[in-house]
Design a protein around this ligand. Structure first.
Ligand code: NAD
Length: 410
């Protein structure tokens, strides 16, 4: 799990290099608002289901706050704080005009019915509607939530505040969603990897052997785009286990199988692999795309990938980060690598506000432009300061958020 202290460790490491004053450091770390609400609902059985919802709004100096909603049984305030602060730095790295937020509900969505999920989501909106809004805080999908959940949020919010498609992004296309949003994070991961490989002298994506942990929205779309770009996806996993084939998995067929079976396990003609084995498999590119904190002090010594690309948020603990860096395994950090999702969320929000629709080629071209420009800046700072990409990303983000904070004044 990724907590607030882990993120602040990376923040402070960059702040030291920048010689940031203690006053500004304190201002930037301190969250704007932390909200914890009861989201009890009546279950289908008639019994009372009690759940806790969270929304942390970390920083609003660069615009309305933005970040996903996670429905996961282990979500707590510390994780919401860590993820909300990551959103502040991520939004600044790709230079979209937002502050950072994150939240969700401590619930396993696979253990409740669709009707219960809808009631829970609507109840959550009743509890937080006065602190979100198109110019205040704009939620989006994250683990355990999807376009349908976003549609319920838009509807529940609009019933109180009037028609407000821009209150949430990641909506279905038929309900003011954006073309290209569903696949945006996975597509952005592949654009990011292209830039990273070019910069590291690693050649092109074609022929690279990749292992992906997590086969939900981010992992499965990253797998599809990698496969299309000619990479060999040799292993993928999800919560229930993993599948591997040294010759390469048939990704389109695996996607079909996973949709039917709700798991990658059971895909015919391949080997089984555990999540732990996947993380230490011998590949060119390791892509954690599920939960946080999976690369640890224990397994980082055994990682055999040439590059790590953080499609998940906070998959690498600070100890593992140090071990991998010392071992010369470059890491493409989360606050850049998975920023394609929030970038296209930004496009969705602007389309909603203007009541105007962009066609898909414009979305993908703009996404590529944002990802390329952000990488060029990170890479320049990493070289100038002689620091790893994660530290460079924090330096860029802290610079942008810090300048906005100081200019606005206390
Ligand atoms: P998802 O719910 O669609 O999929 C999550 C996947 O991870 C599933 O395949 C699930 O089985 C697997 N998983 C869950 N727990 C696991 C475990 N303990 N071990 C191995 N696999 C496990 O979620 P998602 O939207 O794809 O998000 C995945 C990661 O990407 C998260 O860290 C999220 O914060 C990050 N992220 C998502 C987006 C987005 O647009 N959805 C954007 C940026 C970052």
């Amino acid at each position: 799990m990724a907590g607030f202290e882990e993120v602040n460790y990376y923040f402070r490491r960059a702040a030291r290099i920048m010689d940031l004053s203690p006053r500004v450091e304190k201002l930037l770390i301190t969250p704007f608002r932390e909200v914890k609400v009861d989201v009890s609902i009546s279950l289908d059985s008639g019994e009372l289901g009690t759940f806790i919802g969270y929304r942390v709004q970390h920083d609003r100096s660069r615009g309305p706050m933005k970040g996903g909603l996670r429905y996961h049984p282990t979500l707590d305030m510390d994780e919401a704080l860590g993820l909300a602060s990551l959103m502040t730095w991520k939004n600044a790295v790709v230079n979209v005009p937002y502050g950072g937020a994150k939240g969700g509900i401590a619930v396993d969505p696979s253990k409740i019915s669709e009707r219960e999920l809808e009631r829970l989501t609507r109840r959550f909106v009743e509890q937080i509607h006065d602190i979100i809004g198109p110019q205040i805080d704009i939620p989006a999908p994250d683990m355990g939530t999807n376009a349908q959940v976003m549609a319920w949020i838009m509807d529940a919010y609009s019933k109180i505040h009037g028609f407000s498609p821009a209150v949430v992004t990641g909506k279905p296309i038929d309900l003011f969603g954006s073309r290209g949003r569903e696949e945006a994070t996975g597509r952005g991961v592949v654009y990011a990897l292209e830039e990273f490989l070019k910069d590291m002298g690693g050649g092109e994506i074609r022929g690279k052997r990749c292992a992906i942990q997590g086969f939900g929205n981010v992992g499965s779309w990253a797998a599809r785009f990698l496969h299309k770009a000619g990479a060999t996806v040799v292993a993928v996993s999800d919560q229930t286990g993993g599948v591997a084939n040294p010759e390469g998995l048939d990704v389109p067929k695996l996607v079909e199988h996973a949709k039917r079976a709700n798991a990658v396990a059971g895909f015919p003609g391949v080997d089984s692999i555990s999540n732990e084995e996947l993380l230490v498999s011998e590949v060119d590119v390791l892509i954690p795309a599920a939960v946080g904190g999976v690369l640890t002090r224990e397994n980082a010594r055994h990682v055999r990938a040439r590059y790590v690309v953080e499609a998940a948020n906070a998959p690498t603990t600070p100890e593992a980060d140090e071990i991998l860096t010392t071992r010369g395994i470059p890491i493409l950090p989360d606050i850049y690598a998975n920023a394609g999702g929030v970038t296209v969320s930004y496009f969705e929000w602007t389309q909603n506000i203007q009541q105007f629709t962009w066609e898909e080629p414009k979305i993908t071209a703009e996404l590529r432009r944002y990802m390329s420009e952000a990488y060029a800046t990170l890479s320049r700072v990493a070289r100038e300061r002689r620091v790893p990409l994660r530290t460079a990303a924090f330096i860029v983000a802290i610079g942008r958020v810090g300048r906005a904070t100081v200019l606005r004044g206390l």
